[in-house]
Design a binder for this molecule. Sequence first.
Ligand SMILES: Cc1ncc(COP(=O)(O)O)c(C=O)c1O
Length: 424
Amino acid sequence: MTTFDVEALRRRFPALAIEDGGRPVALFDGPGGTQVPESVIAAIGDYYRTSNANHDGPFLTSRRSDAAVEEAHQAMADMLGAASSDEIKFGANMTSLTFHVSRSIGATMAPGDEIVVTILDHEGNVGPWKAIAADRGLVVRTVDIRESDVTLDLASLDAVLGPRTKLVAVGWASNAVGTINPVAEIVRRAHAVGAWTYVDAVHAAPHLPIDVRAIGTDFLACSTYKFFGPHAGVLYGRAEILDTLPAYKLVPATDRFETGTGNFEGLAGVTAAVEYLAEVGDAFGGARKGATRRERVLAGMGAIRAYELDLYRRLADGLDTIPGMAIYGITDRARFDQRTPTAALRVEGVAPRDVAKALGAEGIAVWDGDFYATGLIERLGLADSGGVVRIGLTHYNTAAEVDRLIEALVRIATSTPAATAVAG
Ligand SMILES: Cc1ncc(COP(=O)(O)O)c(C=O)c1O
């Protein structure tokens, strides 16, 4: 297998060359949205140059546009491991798609039926379920975490599952602290009580191979702007369920879940984003010649995962040297396979927003706050003090960038009034 050549990949992303104050920016904001390779930008431009039309018309540009849309469905089916491209639905983003399909799923439930959500999840997989529950008289039950390592408490899951549970909504990975949930096991437990599952894979998709059939989920949602594509949401629904759900659609529309006119140029970019991951598999994942696109994407994700975990270890080692540093989530190196390369931290004596501002002033991009993991940040008791600082590594980050970040964090941590008093 060829060594992961991060510099070669970085050259494919024009935005990584942006300079701030004479230095290239160091972007650790990936969990909020990633940069896109030139091939994605070109695909979107090419759609406009060659294929721009509404769908289902008996003329060239419409036929081309329809082909681009079909191709994007197939690309996402390949990436997620769906049995058919008919199981893929596009929408504006994960949140809008979830609100939309929650109406259909909720229509199958009776008052008193139960939906399970988790305290670890992004609001995108909580709010829509609370809203439909309020509309239809359903009960929402919430799975708790183990505070020590910010992982889901499966005993708490078992305690809320019961004969009236109709849906379990759970994240594949936490966008705030990076915990990877045992989704296959959670799906198994949900199915054992006859419930459907809705997996939020938004944070998992840029970091992990996804296989909807291996985990057996009924639904899964993700967002292509988190994995090197344009702003679009993707819903996978198992055909047996999707085809029988009531659909909120216009009478003449052919698709039952993709309402209105789609973001066709964006979908051309989605195909290019999936192809990019496949190309990473060709170059660095050891994908064999003639492999399917799915195999190539899996190879790419394998290479990305190995590189990111190495980089995360470097980040973790650096963070450990900083006085007054608190890290939330899994910190045991032997368990790093259960986390994404996303660190949530606080620097003693400095508000998260001030840490992010100080880093931003040095051209280093990080997010602070709760990132819509609102319940989690409240549960950790951090909501009233600015949440956490989130360092999100992506496969295009480098060891040099991590070192630059650590140096900046050391300066921030050692220039607090508390640190200065101790040193003085
Ligand atoms: C884990 C997770 N779920 C859901 C969302 C919402 O995604 P979207 O912006 O596509 O609605 C995000 C966005 O940050 C996220 O990180």
